[in-house]
Write a protein that binds this ligand. Structure first.
Ligand code: ADP
Ligand code: MG
Length: 246
């Protein structure tokens, strides 16, 4: 039997900031094509966990594998490994002086060394995917927050990642704009994209996630299907969190 790699595997991950231990031994895996939502109170270490998965933060100890490649290995080509992981943040961080098309091509050209025609073709395909082909020549300031976030998603997708990380992608949006971004994420999930999503959108987690991970105080308290973790939580910490957010 050929071994099948996990999309993500995290083993005994610890992260300290000075004397503060923010991640206190995290173990979990994400299988190819799975959508895993991470929920938990503010300060529980969700963003730090995501940032350790693409080495925006260097773990203090433990191992992180993406598609079987150990990112925490001393000899790994970090840039090459990181390129396979797309990330979408709460803040969209588009370049304000560049058009939407330029925002979605620049990293393809600089990092992947794709030519102009190819990178523009891939940019347009991905703008189409997020429903924004009409906006290629607009500037970020001419777009709504929801549209800007969809550009940020297209920008990440244009790098052909095998895994997408989302850190509260709708938390900075006006409520009426949240739905469009979630619709795009739901479509990506249906297309089979592997996704690790930190979110407060419980309806999204319940409907779209294959698994929900509840974190508190730098540890995973519960990990299971949404019906279980959201629908019938076992731990008091999960229950009291859900009472506050539902
Ligand atoms: P969450 O995303 O769940 O709100 P974070 O991962 O952002 O939690 O933060 C967890 C803890 O780590 C918090 O106490 C936060 O203040 C601290 N922290 C995060 N990043 C840093 C940093 N770069 N330096 C020091 N402390 C940090
Ligand atoms: Mg956070």
């Amino acid at each position: 039997m050929t071994p099948v790699n996990h999309a993500v595997e995290i083993r005994d991950l610890h992260k300290h900031f000075g004397r503060l231990e923010v991640l206190r031994g995290i173990d979990f895996t994400v299988e190819p094509g799975q959508v895993v939502c991470v929920i938990g109170p503010s300060g529980s270490g969700k963003s730090t966990l995501l940032r350790c998965v693409n080495l925006l933060e260097q773990p203090t100890s433990g191992k992180v594998f993406v598609e079987g490649v150990e990112l925490t290995h001393i000899d790994v080509d970090i840039d090459a490994a990181r390129r396979r992981v797309g990330m979408v943040f709460q803040q969209f961080n588009l370049f304000p002086h560049m058009t939407v098309l330029e925002n979605v091509t620049i990293a393809q050209r600089r990092v992947l060394k794709r030519g102009k025609a190819e990178s523009e073709r891939i940019a347009r395909e991905n703008l189409d995917r997020v429903g924004l082909s009409e906006k290629a020549d607009s500037y970020p300031a001419q777009l709504s927050g929801g549209q800007q976030q969809r550009v940020a998603i297209a920008r990440a997708l244009a790098m052909s990642p095998s895994l997408m990380l989302f850190d509260e992608p709708t938390s900075a949006l006006d409520p009426e704009l949240v739905g469009d971004v979630l619709t795009v994420m739901r479509k990506l999930a249906e297309e089979g994209m592997t996704m690790l999503v930190v979110t407060h959108e419980m309806a999204f987690a319940r409907d779209v996630a294959d698994r929900v991970v509840f974190m508190d105080g730098g540890v995973i308290v519960e990990d299971g299907p949404p019906d279980q973790v959201i629908g019938a939580p076992q731990h008091e910490r999960t229950k009291s969190f859900l009472r506050r957010v539902l």
